[in-house]
Write a protein that binds this ligand. Sequence first.
Ligand SMILES: Nc1ncnc2c1ncn2[C@@H]1O[C@H](COP(=O)(O)OP(=O)(O)O)[C@@H](O)[C@H]1O
Ligand SMILES: [Mg+2]
Length: 227
Amino acid sequence: QRAVREAAEYAGARRPAYIIEEPMAAAIGVGLPVQEPTGSMVVDVGGGTTEVAVISLGGIVTSSSVPVAGDELDEAIISWVKKEHGLALGERTAEEVKTSLGSAWPLEQELSAELRGRDLVSGLPKTVVTTTEEIREALEEPVSAIIDAVKVTLDTTPPELAADVMERGIVLTGGGALLLGLRERLESETGMPVLMADDPLKSVVLGSGRSLEAFEALRGVLFASSR
Ligand SMILES: Nc1ncnc2c1ncn2[C@@H]1O[C@H](COP(=O)(O)OP(=O)(O)O)[C@@H](O)[C@H]1O
Ligand SMILES: [Mg+2]
């Protein structure tokens, strides 16, 4: 934390620089009652990491961070398509496949679509047909790693706070949370209600902004630099 603070001040932030932890900013951004004694759980699936945090009385009670999130889903699509179809996909294409065909739970209507890439043997452009079921299978490993991170955090959550989460629901945010069916999958595996943030790509930014607006009220969740 000191390093971040010093970097912020070195970069020109006014002193003292205040720091807010990302899961806290996300929780404030989605409107969770972070200052209250009740327990709130936020799961932020970003690009590089998934952060799970239980918050109560303005502090993070228990949290975990795993290096599996959106990027890892793209990678999983690339390796699957390479192995199953002998096709090389670029990272941008893989991300597009994820957002348009990816899912973590059976869809009401499964679809098929064409994938364009480069044939690994001939080096020439090639098109193969894939389905939403197939892409879901490709994503299974990183998706279950994300789910496991939530389950492990729930296991280490004090029982009263876990009961609060059971009542109010887990809040899912971050761009990776937009993966179709991730909410349903998480509900089914944890047995808890799961709510989607209104604007999953912006929760952290919104929360940081809101904590500045409500500076006095939220003082306890910010860390001031010592200088
Ligand atoms: N509709 C979508 N479906 C699945 N993943 C998505 C969707 N939109 C964005 N993403 C993924 O969200 C991730 C970025 O989320 P973000 O919360 O901005 O990450 P970070 O906070 O780590 O920068 C990327 O991996 C991106 O591919
Ligand atoms: Mg983020």
